[in-house]
Design a binder for this molecule. Structure first.
Ligand code: UDP
Length: 238
């Protein structure tokens, strides 16, 4: 097995053999919430997440939104470009819910936003991923990169909103992470799965909120499987 580069709560990243510009991302069966305070292993989750992330990134790549995705490696891995990750979490919201309600209490849960809201958080478990404003951001990345990340996120949102609508789901919100290649090209990295986006059908969750609210691993798997099956109908990966 190739050398492990890093390991997080739900993924391991390995160097791709004979190519320093690529990595293999291994999706674990772990699920965590509340900064790791709740933790379970859900057999099959890694494979489902690898498929969902690969399919969505493929869709984005084909629609002019660059991601690090190169190839799905069944059942639970993804070949990707090696990125130098920017320590930011970019959240894009179409519907008011979650932590947004604490900042904008005049919004009702489930209310459609007038236009998508983009928020930047500093990626740090230790600090609890604090929300950043534009002034803070300039200490992390330059202005052009901030603007580019915003535009890419909005474009990804349009593509994904339409895609999920056609599958019968409402894309409520999602989180992206960005990085740069060895050539300095900015693109989406990390993952896009039921752990990092909210999907509703008539207000019912088909994402990690089930687990955050105390749902069982079986309930989580059932919902993730439904999303996986719907995506698989549309995007067949070999
Ligand atoms: N999100 C994520 N990782 C995080 C925080 C949020 O993937 O560390 C995703 C989350 O799944 C949702 C969106 O970002 O799709 C917005 O999350 P919010 O800030 O509302 O999170 P909450 O505080 O409700 O968990």
């Amino acid at each position: 097995m190739a050398a492990k580069i890093c390991e997080g709560k739900t993924k391991k990243v390995f160097a791709a053999e004979n190519d320093g510009s690529k990595v293999i991302i291994f999706f674990k069966d772990d699920i965590t919430a509340f900064n790791g305070k709740r933790h379970d292993i859900i057999p099959e989750k890694g494979a489902i997440s690898a498929y969902i992330s690969s399919a969505i990134f493929k869709l984005l790549n084909e629609n002019g939104v660059k991601t690090h995705f190169i190839e799905y490696i069944p059942p639970n891995k993804m070949l990707a470009w090696k990125l130098n990750m920017i320590p930011l979490e970019i959240v894009c919201r179409n519907i008011a819910t979650g932590s947004l309600l604490k900042r904008l209490p005049m919004l009702k849960k489930g209310e459609r936003l007038k236009k998508p809201i983009i928020e930047f958080f500093y990626k740090s478990d230790e600090l609890g991923d604090p929300l950043l404003n534009e002034c803070h951001l300039e200490y992390i990345v330059n202005r052009e990169a901030i603007e580019e990340m915003k535009q890419i996120t909005l474009k990804a949102n349009e593509i994904l909103k339409k895609f999920f609508e056609e599958l019968g789901f409402t894309l409520v919100d999602f989180k992206l992470e960005f990085g740069t290649t060895m050539q300095g090209e900015l693109m989406i990295g990390d993952e896009l799965t039921c752990d990092t986006m909210r999907l509703w059908i008539n207000g019912e969750s088909f994402d990690k909120d089930i687990y955050r609210r105390g749902g069982s691993p079986e309930d989580v798997l059932k919902a993730y499987r439904k999303v996986y099956e719907a995506i698989k109908e549309r995007i067949e990966l070999k």
